[in-house]
Design a protein around this ligand. Structure first.
Ligand code: ZN
Ligand code: ZN
Length: 54
């Protein structure tokens, strides 16, 4: 009974924690936003408060 339901966004510079049920899964990793999942093609952050990922 130790199911992980949330984890840090797989984006290196991202600080967000995502619920796996709500995360964007890509290549076996979980991301908080499409910007993160796509590798920030436009250099935009995920848009979450306090996060400056890129
Ligand atoms: Zn982020
Ligand atoms: Zn992220």
């Amino acid at each position: 009974m130790n199911t992980v339901t949330s984890m840090k966004c797989a984006c290196e510079s991202c600080l967000c924690v995502v619920n796996i049920g709500e995360a964007i899964a890509q290549n076996g990793k979980y991301y908080c936003s499409h910007n993160c999942a796509d590798g920030h093609p436009k250099g935009e952050s995920c848009g979450h408060d306090g996060c400056n990922c890129h």
